[in-house]
Design a protein around this ligand. Structure first.
Ligand code: HEM
Length: 512
């Protein structure tokens, strides 16, 4: 007990010293010393996101600060400030909030820094070459057809359904088969344990990230959730171990030496897991831990993000039948054969679908915030930021900025017509981030969402959960949640690592 009191006192004193030395930004008042702004931020991922977006608007989208249990955070939401960070080749450090992902994702591409990040980014980039993506399209098409069949069963008689869970299964099956060569078959209700495990891990780690108490390891071990986390990490890593060892066993023997690996490399491009298993950095193969970290990172990042995008596509389309009709027309102009499978080139021709996805991500970005940590003091457009500040780039608030988007709460895919983007600031919405640490899977993701949604639009009309809904389902989170005629069917956004709707995304489907 005494030890905790001493630690609390030392943290408090150092926090006060640091605060006096560094604080130059506006921010919510600090009522309680140790907890600082943590209690104002809220108690669950729904509150965190809502309060951050509200503050961003209250502070006129200028940079504002938050103190969370001894850590100084600067929140950015203005494209001009965001541009400074994303285009920098210096501010690439991912410490800070990403620390809480480390027990799960280790030092994978999303969470690593410096030499490791550089060398791994260089090594993994060829796995997302368009020639490899072309080979993935077969899996994406096949799984989308299976998804349509599954939806036909669960949406029978226009039954209201929450789309999020089944979409997750679809994108999980796609990433496992394309990146790891493993048939997960979660759409056939196999491997349910791993599906639940991933959901639990997302929730437990987000909750810890913003908790004033659970952040501290010495306190965290007293919460039952710590033991649940350990159990689910064990389930996850055992599963990953199976994937890695089975794949390694299937590799040809010639990969045992560097020369033949290089020869093989020069002949063809390798898919993700084979690439990891055969890669050499400074002439050494990757360690088992390195491989585990990357496989875990790509399994999570490669399916949870696209699941969010596809789910919110269902949501927005269910409220915008005229957009659906335009999408349907585009599909029919490519082919009216019900069994048609698009080629890579035809996927590129789906321009209206692409604009619709961009518009959906503007309003419902799968990754609602990005973090960085400064290592030295810096200035962002004249604003002093101390060293060791955790920067949060609040993508969620950017799409609702009236200065950059006219009528931001209206769903208008045509905003993204090339002519309408002339003169637009390229940093006004950065759903896939930008600069050196942008999303490595952006092309993979666009192709996947298109492959899934083109099938959906061809086979179904997506309907809202009930007829005569009075809202279009799009609300600026910075304004009050209560007074806008919201219904129980309207999404309530929460940042459980990726964007999700707390009460589900409910739609009905009608066969075309
Ligand atoms: C709609 C889908 C997706 C969206 C909106 C999205 C968005 C993003 C964003 C905003 C970042 C920057 C995160 C940060 O800096 O903390 C990011 C990074 C990343 N994404 Fe994606 N992503 C999507 C799909 C994917 C897919 C399908 C993959 C893999 C197959 C993937 C793999 C990654 C990785 C590994 C990083 C870290 C890159 C680095 O730091 O070098 N993402 N993504």
């Amino acid at each position: 007990m005494w030890l905790y009191l001493v630690i609390a006192f030392v943290t408090y004193v150092s926090w006060m010293l640091y605060w006096n030395l560094t604080d130059a930004l506006p921010g919510p008042p600090l009522y309680l010393p140790l907890f600082a702004n943590a209690l104002q931020l809220g108690v669950n991922p729904l509150h965190y996101l809502k309060n951050l977006v509200r503050w961003a608007k209250d502070y006129d989208r200028r940079i504002f600060r938050l103190w969370l249990a001894g850590d100084y955070h600067a929140i950015l939401s203005n494209p001009k400030d965001i541009e400074v960070i994303l285009s920098s080749t210096e501010v690439l450090n991912k410490r800070g909030i990403y620390e809480f992902l480390r027990p799960w994702l280790g030092d994978g591409l999303l969470t690593s820094d410096s030499f490791k990040w550089h060398s791994h980014r260089k090594m993994i980039t060829p796995s997302f070459h368009f020639q490899i993506l072309k080979e993935f399209l077969g899996t994406m098409n096949r799984t989308s057809t299976k998804f349509v069949k599954k939806l036909r069963i669960i949406s029978k008689d226009k039954k209201i359904m929450d789309i999020q869970e089944v979409v997750h299964k679809c994108t999980l099956d796609i990433i496992c088969e394309t990146a790891f060569g493993v048939e997960m078959n979660s759409l056939d209700d196999e491997n349910q344990e791993i599906v639940t495990c991933i959901n639990d891990l997302c929730f437990i780690l987000t909750e810890r990230m913003y908790s004033a108490v659970k952040r501290f390891q010495i306190l965290y071990i007293f919460f039952p959730v710590y033991y649940k986390l350990k159990k689910q990490l064990n389930v996850f890593q055992t599963y990953m171990h199976k994937i890695i060892t089975e794949r390694r066993a299937g590799l040809p023997k010639e990969f045992d030496n560097a020369e033949s690996t290089n020869a093989y490399y020069s002949k063809r491009k390798l898919a993700f897991l084979d690439n990891l298993l055969t890669a050499r950095i400074d002439d050494k193969p990757l360690s088992y831990q390195d491989i585990l970290d990357e496989v875990s990172t790509f399994l999570f990042e490669g399916h949870d993000t696209t699941a969010s995008a596809v789910s919110f596509m269902f949501y927005t389309l269910s409220r915008h039948p005229h957009v659906q009709e335009k999408l349907y027309d585009e599909q029919m102009s490519l082919s009216d054969d019900p069994n048609w499978e698009p080629s890579y080139e035809e996927i590129q021709e789906m321009k209206y679908l692409e604009m619709t996805i961009k518009e959906c991500l503007r309003l419902f970005p799968s990754v609602p915030g990005i973090g960085r940590q400064t290592t030295v003091p810096m200035e962002i457009n004249g604003q002093y930021i101390p060293a060791k500040t955790i920067l949060i780039l609040l993508i969620m608030s950017m799409g609702y900025n009236e200065e950059y988007f006219d009528k931001p709460c209206e769903f208008i895919p045509e905003r993204f017509l090339p002519d309408n983007r002339t003169g637009a600031n390229p940093f006004d919405h950065v759903s896939f981030s930008a600069g050196p640490r942008n999303c490595i899977g952006q092309k993979f993701a666009m192709m996947e969402v298109k492959a899934i949604m083109c099938k959906i639009v061809r086979h179904f009309r997506i309907l809202p959960p009930v007829d005569d809904l009075k809202t279009n389902g799009i609300f600026d989170m910075s304004t009050s949640m209560k007074n806008k005629g919201r219904t129980k069917w309207d999404a309530t956004m929460s940042a459980v690592l990726t964007l999700k709707s707390v009460q589900g995304i409910h739609v009905r489907l009608e066969e075309r």
